[in-house]
Design a protein around this ligand. Structure first.
Ligand code: GLN
Length: 212
């Protein structure tokens, strides 16, 4: 299946129309920095710690941190069914770093792709790079990598938005957007703006379907 073409985001602008409700999985890791950027872009943010927090969300962010800990937290808080129904309803998900790993085919399976953990090697635990990213304009994005994975294998439906040294580090498949880097750790909101544009159009589509 080909991914739909999402509208191009307008950098730095707040989303027009009613506020979007975006959840940030807050079991472990860097959820607060995501919440701050999402609020700047006009979202109403909910910290998700249990299934009840998933009610009425238009989009969900799975942050970076430690993928084993986040995966265990999802299990111990019985969140998996709610995450699956969010995904099956076509509501967007943004997974960053450990969040990308948690979405891969060896974990929740929201991406037909396999991540390789700590792929850039021990010497290169963390680094920054300017990345050309499809869909955010000509200006490269400063990307912060911290013990980052890369995408080792991917299915045909997975679109690569950015690569570093030949390895995919930003991908999209349907309503799932994922990055190996931390877009929440710089002041540049353009990567989150892609996610907000996906979330806006998914909600519009759901509203149109409900009105039919
Ligand atoms: N190395 C971590 C893991 O494998 C991910 C690091 C991060 O999220 N910054 O889960």
């Amino acid at each position: 299946m080909r991914s739909p073409i999402w509208p191009r985001p307008t950098p730095c602008s707040r989303t027009a129309g009613p506020e979007l409700r975006v959840g940030v999985l807050a079991l472990q890791g860097g959820f607060e920095a995501h919440a701050r950027i999402l609020r700047q872009l006009g979202a109403t943010v909910t910290e998700v710690r249990g299934a009840e927090d998933m009610d009425g969300l238009d989009g969900l962010v799975i942050p970076g941190g430690e993928s084993t800990t986040i995966a265990k937290g999802i299990e111990s808080s019985s969140l998996e069914p709610a995450l699956r129904s969010h995904h099956e309803a076509g509501r967007p998900i943004l997974g960053t770093c450990a969040g990308l790993i948690v979405c891969d085919s060896e974990h929740l399976g929201f991406l037909d792709a396999t991540a390789r953990r700590n792929a850039f090697g021990r010497q290169l635990q963390s680094f920054e790079a300017d990345l050309a990213i499809d869909g955010i304009g000509d200006e490269p994005l400063r990307a912060v990598f911290i013990r980052a994975p890369w995408i080792e294998r991917r299915g045909d439906g997975v679109e690569v938005l950015a690569s570093y040294e030949g390895h995919p580090v930003a991908v999209r498949e349907g309503a799932v957007l994922a990055s190996a880097f931390h877009p929440e750790l710089t002041d540049d909101p353009r990567f989150h703006a892609i996610f907000m544009a996906m979330t806006t159009s998914a909600r519009q589509r759901a509203g149109e379907e409900a009105a039919r």
